[in-house]
Design a protein around this ligand. Sequence first.
Ligand code: ZN
Length: 334
Amino acid sequence: MHKQAWLRQHLKCLACGGALAAAGEWRCGSCGATYAVINNAVSFIDAELAAQTKVDAPNKVSDHAYNTTARAIITAVEAQGGMALDCGAGLRDFRSEHLVQVEISAYDNIDVLAVNQALPFADASFDAVISLDVLEHVSDPFASARELARVLKPGGVLFIDVPFLQVEHGYPHHYFNMTRMGMRQLFEGMLECQAHVVPRSGHPGHVVWSMLQGFRVGLPRPERAEFESLTVGELMALGPNGIRDMYENAFNEEAAWRMASTTQALFTKPWDQAANRLGLAVNELAAFRPRKAKARPAALAQRVRASPALAPLKRARLILSKMFAGARRSFRAE
Ligand SMILES: [Zn+2]
């Protein structure tokens, strides 16, 4: 049991950093703090930490197989007799004596229950750390990045994947997407970036599809059917304001949150009075006023369909559809 022996050496008390001993539950030799075992995983999440980091175990299971690169990294760690950390593993059907899988839910493959912002491992514990589609789900990605860097040995490898243009999704919370600069900035001064690419799984094709999908599911049936009938060219001809004006009234509010281009907010600093310092009624400001349903510019779609710029496209589609119909007829005749 390489991994259990390893965990006894490398797990540390979250309260005081002391060494832990296992006997049913895990107990800190220095301060006496105890850590329960849940479904064979040592748990470093108590109610207070869960509230602080806004963690609650998701009811939707995240289950992905390791990609080829993650497997290659784990294989290299195994070959060296080292230890890898998968921080935010989800449910995986792969385990290894040289891989510690951390999650906030006690799936069968999980060794340690912990939040990314407070990892219960000694400094420089791991030869490799894997963090795949996790940091968008943590309330403090900067603290989480510091922890990933802290538990990595000098010369150790971090393999990380964080979405940029993805619509809001749960499991259970989704906080921060990252640009390429954001991803690099997270580890600035701690780790050196050796390679940074757009993977096949992150191709813009996925963005186009998920945005169109997110938009169509935000519409009730009649508008959805109409939206689906528009060509890309017609949508482009509508322009951003045109698309908004066409579907503003029909669009589902929750769907709008999931893929909003931007969101607006007004905060106040707490003080001893109920109103804000300016005496502003927030819901009377234009930005926060309940919006009146605007009449849908019904002519917009028709205008787009009649657009001369699209005429050649329409002709081409007509010719193609006639050709296919002809081909089908001659195929049937044979
Ligand atoms: Zn302790």
